[in-house]
Design a protein around this ligand. Structure first.
Ligand code: GLP
Length: 255
């Protein structure tokens, strides 16, 4: 059940009037259904390149995609990020995650992820930027870090850089430790698509669930647009849909 849908109106730095569509649902299963509808609609309207994310948040949307008859065998996927040092067959790598949660059941014509084992990380970052440039993203799905990161663009990340090497913050390492046997196993570095590339996507869908995301959600939508909260850059994008459960939406005041 959708609890509430509203358009959050904002003025971009260039004084354009922008609207962020906010959909509040009861829980992430319902959020997944709403997310699925956006994928379905994008596909119907000819979307061909899908920017994909890992983390627990998009799983319900991926489950609904898997259960549907949507066919991505003519489509391209480009993932946001990958840990440095993990091979594709390591069950904690994002490459493995994507196969487990989507690709094994819904294969794409071609799926791109950064190579976390690349010997030359700078060259790998350049290769990935070229992939994104050659395949403009029609729909990008995002989760949200507790500190407001998107992809692995941590607070303070400059907004104009492309794919880059990231030192993960302690907050992100702590949050992601739940997926590993112990915290020491969590990689400390990653390769992430840059904010500028994310912002070039034609449509951005961000999902966030749970009370631990409420501060980041508030900052993203109602706070100042600042590199300290990377997701606040979305205030400058003309086509953003945000799906929240009630807990994640609980600190929004400015409807
Ligand atoms: C990681 C990923 C992000 C994801 C975030 C939130 O840091 N790099 O893309 O959005 O975690 O994860 P979760 O959805 O599990 O809360």
């Amino acid at each position: 059940m959708v609890v509430e849908v509203y358009n959050y109106k904002m003025t971009s730095k260039t004084k354009r009037r922008l609207v962020m569509k906010i959909i509040v649902v009861k829980n992430e299963v319902e959020g997944g259904q709403e997310g699925f509808k956006i994928f379905e609609n994008a596909k119907k309207n000819g979307a061909h390149v899908f920017g994909l994310a890992t983390g627990s948040t998009p799983i319900t949307t991926y489950n609904d995609i898997i259960a549907s008859d949507l066919d991505f065998s003519d489509s391209i996927s480009i993932n946001l990020d990958e840990y440095i040092g993990l091979s594709a067959d390591n069950d904690q790598s994002y490459n493995y995650f994507m196969h487990e949660h989507l690709f094994n059941k819904k294969p794409f014509k071609k799926s791109y992820l950064p190579n976390g084992l690349a010997k030359d990380i700078e060259a790998e970052a350049k290769r990935y930027d070229k992939v994104i440039e050659d395949n403009p993203i029609d729909l990008q799905i995002l989760g949200l870090g507790r500190n407001g990161h998107i992809g692995f663009n941590e607070p303070g990340t400059p907004r104009n850089i492309g794919t880059h090497r990231v030192s993960l913050t302690q907050s992100t390492i702590d949050a992601n430790a739940r997926f590993f046997a112990n915290e020491d196993d969590v990689p400390k570095e990653a390769l992430s698509m840059g904010l500028a590339s994310i912002m070039k996507s034609k449509h951005i869908l961000l999902e966030a669930y749970g009370a631990e995301k409420a501060d980041a959600v508030k900052g993203m939508i109602e706070g100042p647009d600042t590199p300290d909260l990377p997701a606040s850059i979305l205030q400058q994008h003309a086509n953003v849909t945000v799906i929240l459960d009630e807990a994640a939406a609980s600190k929004l005041t400015n409807k």
